[in-house]
Write a protein that binds this ligand. Structure first.
Ligand code: PEP
Ligand code: MG
Length: 615
């Protein structure tokens, strides 16, 4: 496994890829005629996008000046302090990133970020802004802009060129605070030129949800790992994306022509004509391959020796449903309901949730639609639920997913009521994220029964019988107690993304440890095997809905371990089907057994890749 740091500028496009396409990508990069400097990162969503750069954090922000009442002062001061604290956290994250740069770039950026951090701590600047809020009763955003304007002008009037340049830095710091105050991501990307490439320090899953692939060509940012939700969302929208490309900071200007090669983890700024046409040729070749695979839409996924596999789609956003149907998905194996809570300040009502879920259930007549209760927390934060989360040292181990739902029963009851109502219109299954104990499942079942009884009393039409209640196997403790969980659950879905993260203690969204994230680690495979065998013994269905389900490198192993249901981003489905059609189930089972005898991840990878090469 490669261990070089992502984010450096380099002349050679050495591929930093997701493992499955490693070989194909290695060839592509070696043949790359781009003799020019490229920026490397993590290729998290395959494909090539070419278009004008749009710097998400670079533009001016609109600030409305507002006179506040005396009683609002405390609140404005707190908002301002929080925005400063968030700015400092962002800068420290960028500083860590900057250390991976080569040569003077690391030093220069380090100085710049230190200067920004210094300003954010400076008593005169921070004190001046607070004073404006308190004495002039000015809203926080306007106070920041006014104070920054004065300080920047003072610098601009100085004789010394170095000091004059500090004026621009003060403005940048001010804009960062204001962006954090206004949560600028709400503004969306709809006004951009079609084909634009979004460049940013960081792009959250909520930002990605605002990207319309008819307008946005792709994106690249300095921060982020391959298995975080931004990456998953990019793959499901089919947007080529490169994350963890630290050298983007300061390396791109608005309007530059940018190539994002999401297959190889490479970003090219202002390519030469030869380079651009080589990428265009590759883009066309990929489109031809996609077109060829789409012909498999109505072909049943059956292995060469007759094993039928069920292929389902994961949905991040309702608008992907058409894509899932077009790809030939036999249902939805994972509907992440976080979209209902993103980019808004209020919570969705029961009616709103019912309508959104019903639309999806109705688009899949007679087919299973597996709706997961809210999995917010950790890296998946939304503004509408921000108030429920205190700052914690380890958010991934904190109040996330089912833990939040059980702590805020109203939230869970509303979701369950919407699921029961939408379930009356089709075949809906309920899935619980981050389950770690039998007691949690029992508690949810109790709440589900009481919500159903309440709806029935009100004569509301609900699913009858009640929908199956399944659990995600994504915490090592859940996998190890799968036999007990199987007694209280109607089905299992293996969440290999979190299972890998929690087993190996690797943050799935963190680029600095991305090279250590490995679902082929024997510990992860043993936990999966344990859960699969428990499900088979208990005769309950088990699927995989983590990213390995949509990765053809893993198909033989997933099936060889005994899984017959795979759920994945719709874009991945045709390729997985094609892999299944070429697979010999008996040979895959034997290879999986051989793999399970190994204790070295490298040997496992070699055994799997060799098998994939010849079958
Ligand atoms: C997983 O953890 O594998 C999973 C499918 O859930 P999510 O990616 O939404 O955390
Ligand atoms: Mg998960």
């Amino acid at each position: 496994m490669k261990t070089e740091k992502p984010g450096k500028k380099t002349k050679r496009a050495a591929p930093r890829t997701r493992a499955p396409e490693k070989r194909a990508k290695a060839k592509a990069a070696a043949a790359d005629p781009c003799g020019q400097e490229v920026i490397e990162g993590l290729g998290v969503s395959p494909g090539i996008a070419i278009g004008p750069a749009h710097l998400r954090d670079g533009g001016d922000v609109q600030v409305v000046e507002r006179q506040i009442a005396k009683r609002e002062v405390e609140g404005e001061l707190e908002r301002f302090q929080n925005a400063v604290a968030q700015s400092l956290r962002q800068i420290s994250k960028l500083k860590t990133k900057a250390k991976t740069f080569h040569g003077t770039a690391a030093e220069e950026l380090g100085y710049l970020l230190d200067a920004h951090a210094h300003m954010l701590k400076s008593r005169s600047l921070v004190g001046g802004i607070k004073h404006r809020i308190q004495a002039r009763l000015c809203n926080a955003e306007a106070a920041v802009m006014a104070e920054i304007g004065i300080v920047a002008r003072n610098f601009a009037e100085m004789d010394d060129a170095y000091l004059r340049s500090r004026g621009q830095e003060v403005r940048e710091v001010g804009l960062r605070i204001v962006r954090n105050l206004t949560k600028a991501s709400f503004s969306g990307f709809d006004h951009l030129e079609p084909g634009s490439i979004v460049i940013a320090e960081e792009i959250t899953p909520a930002d990605t949800a605002l990207m319309d692939p008819r307008i946005i060509g792709g994106f690249a940012c300095a921060i982020g790992g391959a298995e975080g939700h931004t990456a998953i969302m990019a793959r499901s929208l089919g947007l080529p994306a490169v994350l963890g490309a630290g050298a983007l900071i300061g390396g791109v200007s608005n309007g530059d022509t940018v190539i994002v090669d999401g297959s190889n983890g490479v970003v090219v700024i202002n390519p030469t004509a030869a380079c651009r046409s080589s990428y265009e040729r590759r883009r066309k070749a990929m489109a031809r391959e996609t077109q060829a695979l789409s012909r498999l839409r109505n072909v049943e996924p059956v292995t060469r020796d007759g094993t039928r596999v069920t292929l389902l789609a994961n949905l991040e956003l309702p608008r992907e449903i058409g894509q899932a149907v077009a790809a030939g998905a036999e249902g939805i194996g994972l509907l992440r309901t976080e979209f209902l809570f993103m980019n808004r300040d209020d919570l969705p009502s029961e009616d709103e949730q019912t309508a959104a879920l019903s639309e999806i259930v109705e688009a899949m007549p007679g087919r299973p639609v597996t709706v997961r209760t809210l999995d917010i927390g950790g890296e998946k934060l939304t503004s509408s639920l921000g108030a429920h989360f205190a700052e914690t040292q380890n958010p991934a181990l904190g109040l996330r997913a089912i833990r939040l739902s059980l702590k805020e029963p109203k939230l869970l009851e509303t979701q369950l009521a919407a699921m029961l109502r939408a379930g009356a219109k089709g075949n809906l299954r309920i899935l619980l994220p981050m389950i770690s104990t039998v007691a949690e499942v029992k508690e949810v079942r109790k709440i589900l029964t009481s919500v159903a009884a309440r709806l029935k009393r009100r004569k509301v039409r609900i699913a009858d019988p009640l929908p199956p209640l399944g659990v995600m196997i994504e915490i090592p403790g859940a996998a190890l107690t799968a036999d007990a969980l199987a007694k209280v659950s109607d089905f299992f879905a293996i969440g290999s993304n979190d299972l890998t993260m929690y087993t190996l203690a690797i943050d799935r969204g963190e680029e600095s440890v991305a090279h250590l994230y490995n679902p082929l680690h024997p510990s992860v495979l043993r936990l999966m095997q344990f859960a699969i065998q428990a499900a088979l013994r208990a005769r309950i269905p088990i699927s995989i809905c983590g990213e390995i389900a949509g990765d053809a490198r893993f198909t033989a192993l997933n099936l060889g371990l005994g899984v017959r249901e795979l759920s994945m981003g719709a874009n991945a489905l045709p390729r997985i089907k094609s892999r299944i059609l070429n697979l010999d189930m008996q040979a895959a089972t034997q290879r999986a057994q051989m793999i399970m005898d190994q204790y070295d991840a490298g040997r496992i990878a070699a055994l799997l890749d060799d098998f994939n090469d010849v079958s």
